[in-house]
Design a protein around this ligand. Sequence first.
Ligand code: SF4
Length: 378
Amino acid sequence: MSAELGLYIHLPFCPSRCPYCDFFALPWSSGSARPLLAAMHVHLERLAPLAQGRRLASLYLGGGTPSMWPARDLAGLIQAARQRIGLAQAAEISLEANPGTVSQGKLEALRQAGVNRLSLGAQSLDDGLLARLGRRHDAAQTRRALAAARRAGFENISLDLIYGLPGQSQDMACADLARALALEPDHLSYYELTLGADTPFGRLYAKGRPPLPGEDELADWEERAWELVRKAGLERYEVSNFARPGRRCRHNQATWRGGDYLALGPGAHGHLAGVRWAFVADARGYAEQVRQGGEPLAFREEVDPRGRGLELFMLGLRTTEGVDMQAVDRLLGGGLEKEWGAALAQAVSLGWARRRAGRLIPTPRGLTMADAAAALFA
Ligand code: SF4
């Protein structure tokens, strides 16, 4: 059992559906939201014994667009987690927020409720690109939301930014990044646009429209982008994540280290000591099953030691702290070299990773090649 415990809460509703998104997200409807919230409180009470006395080191409210819920509902969920499970001292409480859904008053109420990390879904600070992405907010709203969050006392604010957008040139992407960095976020999540096949954008792209930048072009952009981010004082600690000192996302880091986290809400995933599960991605179905006393599971699986070791390589090779090989060796009962000695040697000889003090640490090149590096261990 890992020492730290997290809780991920999935709130699936959004103001509207973005055409590239394949997350589990639904249009807001109070007819579904109210019964869902009631069910989540009941479910949390039932799940609390899984913590086995451990307090939460991190609580992550993700979605969907959690910030579109009234502050009192979000505060109620945080308070329920505090009462039913307990929050460790200085626990990280993160909330994903869309710039158009947060007022000064709401941000102050959320800060008072204990939220101490805000992840603002800016996506871009170019109004033309935001419109093309189907986003409802504009760059001015992002700037206002960030300033309001600072006034409300948030000292840990992350911006989400997407690059590789339709019609976006390398210079446009760098200008967009520079605009975001000028807002002095404490953390940046910087993702290449990915198109789920079953989304409006995915279907358009399958027909060759809209034109998107190619792989070589993107690799070139990334070199420029990392340099801009580094000069702004943010350090890369995961393939797509950058932070000022002390501002890395604790919740995500724990999951990348194979740590334990409980789950609440439809579509939420959890992990406890090698057991992984997810709840049904169906708000009504989830609420109904909880109401009837059932467990709304979509799946539950016990991952065998080799599978857990493989997960640690897949996740750890995406981070600058790398993989704790001693932990993998313990999982395999001392069998690390026998199982993965050849893959380890290959990762090192390709220049993708170094072995240091019991860890396998990806090189900058290895971070770029993280998927290929992980595939060596599959
Ligand atoms: S706001 Fe986020 S979660 Fe909701 S539809 Fe858009 S991209 Fe998906």
